[in-house]
Design a protein around this ligand. Structure first.
Ligand code: ATP
Ligand code: LTN
Length: 334
């Protein structure tokens, strides 16, 4: 709760170009929430450096992502859209929460295990304490809900545990947040290996549809999507590739799975793939056009970056000061 209104926080890393999975699983579900909640949507650039980044590329991707939030429909007047690194309270609270988090808890995080396998040459402490910074992000804004894809549930659980542990010692300091998982598109799978989620850091470019892919590329990737030899358009776990295509089609068109099955009854995989490609293009093209338009308006975007960072810092510092007092740091002299 912030000023009597329920609050909400979410973020994405600027580690690559967003995929259709990021959009359908997360971003798309965000745009309607500002009436009900005080919303904070962050570009979590501090999380990004847990794996090695080229500085110029990171800076560009972070700006592109911030613009993409707006292009996808987040109204910057009604949602606070900002960079994590512009609000120092994130890092400061994260330090304090590190002292309330156990090594054993962090050791269990599947994202840490996955990422350390992938980046075996750079298993740094930041990668290990990544979930603590994420907890700080969320708790700074007294967030009631956190809209994320289902893969982030474990991080939400640890955030709740840290908040409850802190509250048990110091009284009601933090709102204990709930995850908010969208109904459709909760987990979009890789087009090349439907047992894995579609991910922006996948090495195989055909595995993911990127939000900035042009229509020809999208159609080609859909045509190449891995299916099976059953030659039947059915929605079942035994056919994960086909199931994923149906999910994508359903999420992009708003049709139910039953309606999709009816529509493709008696048709072949080729028809399904073409249908999916066209549906994806019709969802992504308007966002791409808006992104291109906004990218040219430097003054407008810079204004948003400045104003929203100030707003976020105001609320974040309020929580941070309270926490600093609770743990026993000396009061500031005014
Ligand atoms: P990376 O590959 O760099 O780990 P990612 O593509 O998994 O990144 P994140 O930045 O970790 O993306 O996630 C941003 C948001 O998108 C999160 O809320 C996450 O749950 C959601 N998300 C990511 N991938 C998918 C997916 N395939 N389907 C649905 N939601 C997803
Ligand atoms: N770990 C998240 C990104 C993230 C986040 C957050 C999401 C960082 N801080 C706070 C929600 C709330 C991910 O999606 N990979």
């Amino acid at each position: 709760m912030l000023d009597g209104k329920k609050s909400l926080f979410s973020g994405m890393q600027a580690t690559g170009t967003l995929t259709l999975g990021n959009y359908l699983g997360a971003l798309r579900n965000w745009v309607t929430l500002h009436d009900e909640y005080e919303c904070f949507y962050c570009v979590v650039d501090e999380h990004s450096i847990t794996v090695r980044q080229d500085p110029a590329t990171l800076r560009k991707r972070a700006r592109d992502l911030l613009i993409l939030y707006i292009a996808a429909g987040l109204d910057p007047e009604k949602n606070c859209i900002y960079y994590q690194s512009h609000v120092s309270a994130h890092a400061e609270l994260s330090w304090i929460l590190n002292c309330f988090t156990y090594m054993g808890e962090l050791n269990r995080m599947t994202q840490f295990k996955d990422k350390s396998a992938k980046h075996a040459d750079n298993i740094n402490a930041g990668l290990f304490t990544y979930p603590v910074l994420m907890a700080a992000d969320i708790l700074l804004f007294q967030s009631d809900v956190v809209p994320v894809g289902i893969d982030q549930m474990q991080h939400l659980e640890i955030t709740r545990d840290i908040a409850e542990r802190f509250n048990n010692i110091y009284g009601d300091v933090f709102t204990v947040p709930e995850a908010y998982i969208g109904k459709v598109g909760a987990k979009i799978m890789s087009l090349q290996d439907p047992s894995k989620k579609m991910s922006k850091s996948d090495e195989n470019p055909n595995a993911s549809i990127y939000m900035m892919d042009d229509p020809d590329t999208i159609m080609r990737k859909c045509r190449r999507a891995v299916t099976d030899s059953e030659a039947a358009i059915l929605y079942r776990d035994e056919q994960p590739g086909v199931k994923n295509l149906i999910d994508i089609y359903s999420a992009c068109t708003g049709k139910t799975v039953d309606e999709v099955l009816k529509e493709f009854d008696g048709k072949g995989y080729g028809d399904l793939k073409t249908g999916v490609g066209e549906a994806v293009v019709s969802v992504l093209k308007p966002i791409q056009d808006e992104h291109a338009r906004l990218s040219k308006d430097k003054a407008y975007i810079d204004g948003i970056i400045k104003n929203n960072a100030e707003k976020a810092a105001y609320y974040a510092n309020k929580t941070l000061r309270k926490v600093q007092k609770k743990v026993g740091f000396p009061e500031r002299v005014r």
